[in-house]
Design a protein around this ligand. Structure first.
Ligand code: RIB
Ligand code: CA
Length: 333
């Protein structure tokens, strides 16, 4: 009886007294309005997040624009030390789809888009993932996936053993209780490349999903947008302008009182996991052509009695997210 008690105390002491080491992080993204907010939050948190690289993928808009937008976010955040590698220009198998009706033709709503100063890094993002994860210490690198999972899937197909270098993959994607946002059954990132998501799921990496089930509970409001605006710097002004334009689509579609900032929840989860809760469950992905193409089948109640393969995050503290975002934006210019 004494041993578990001592172990518990040891955990509490460890958890409270030692500042955790920074997370070695690769952000894979398809900017995208909410991606840019997520990138700002991440780049404003260097004490906790050691961003090794940003890797871009086609998704919300074509690769050239998602890559330019990632470079622009980096310039706006004053973090041109972070390399940006362009990756896959199309999904593994399916016909490409985009979301310009949500994110605008340039992939960025509410702000003026221009050509950033700093160029892309040399080399393709997939090769960067293969090289970096192959050379990494076992289970040392975290990957935040904010768009279709094509880059990581291609890297895993090319060299499956890179899975050993991955600590965990945190995905914005999927939907179960909420229903889909690109079809009634599917969320956009999964629908845009379900085959890639299946490759990542099958790789056995430690996987956490932040689906629409949670991101649709973390909505903007007039008060929260005022809170962001009150930070009163260029970065917060850009975020408010981006969000004011971006949220109208979902507010109109769903009749919601505010809009979700999907991708920011992934970075907030890495920074303050205590803001979120979920359940380890068994999940599968439907990649058959038809009305459920891209659906995530989340066995929340364990009906199938299959071993859990993801942590499915279903609850989040909305005000906590916006408090964190406001505090971190204040660190930028
Ligand atoms: O369904 C929301 C997701 O699709 C977000 O990552 C958004 O940026 C789009 O990529
Ligand atoms: Ca995205």
């Amino acid at each position: 009886m004494l041993k578990p008690l001592l172990q518990g105390i040891a955990f509490m002491v460890t958890a409270t007294s030692v500042q955790a080491a920074p997370i070695d992080l690769i952000i894979d993204t398809d900017p995208g309005a909410d991606d840019v907010v997520a990138l700002f939050l991440a780049m404003a948190s260097p004490d906790e997040l050691n961003i090794r690289a940003i890797t871009t993928v086609a998704g919300n808009v074509r690769l050239e624009k998602t890559s330019r937008n990632a470079r622009l976010a980096r310039e706006w955040a004053g973090r041109e030390d972070v390399p940006v590698y362009a990756g896959a220009g199309r999904p593994l198998l399916r016909k490409p789809i985009y979301a310009a009706e949500v994110h605008g033709e340039e992939g960025l709503t509410g702000v003026e888009v221009k050509e950033p100063k700093a160029p892309l890094a040399q080399g393709n993002a997939v090769q960067y993932l293969v090289d970096t994860l192959s050379a990494a210490k076992p289970h040392s690198i975290t990957i935040a996936m904010l768009g279709p999972q094509t880059n990581l899937a291609l890297a895993l197909v090319q060299r499956p053993e890179i899975a050993k270098g991955i600590k965990q993959v945190v995905v914005m994607g999927g939907a179960h209780f909420n229903g889909g946002n690109i079809t009634p059954a599917a969320e956009f990132n999964l629908y845009a490349d379900p085959h890639a998501a299946e490759v990542v799921l099958a790789s056995g990496v430690q996987l956490t999903y932040l689906p629409l089930d949670v991101t649709h509970k973390l909505l903007t409001s007039d008060a929260r947008l005022k809170q962001l605006a009150a930070v009163n710097n260029q970065a917060s002004k850009r975020v408010v302008d981006i969000l004011n334009a971006y949220i109208t689509h979902d507010m109109d579609l769903y009749g919601m009182p505010g809009g979700p900032v999907h991708d920011a929840s992934v970075i907030a989860y890495l920074l303050k996991p205590e803001l979120f809760s979920g359940r380890r469950i068994h999940m599968s992905i439907d990649s058959r052509e038809g009305p459920t193409f891209g659906q995530t089948i989340a066995d929340w109640y364990g009906v199938l009695k299959q071993p859990a393969n993801v942590l499915w995050v279903e609850q989040g503290d909305a005000q906590g997210l916006f408090d964190l975002l406001s505090a971190r934006l204040a660190r930028l210019e």
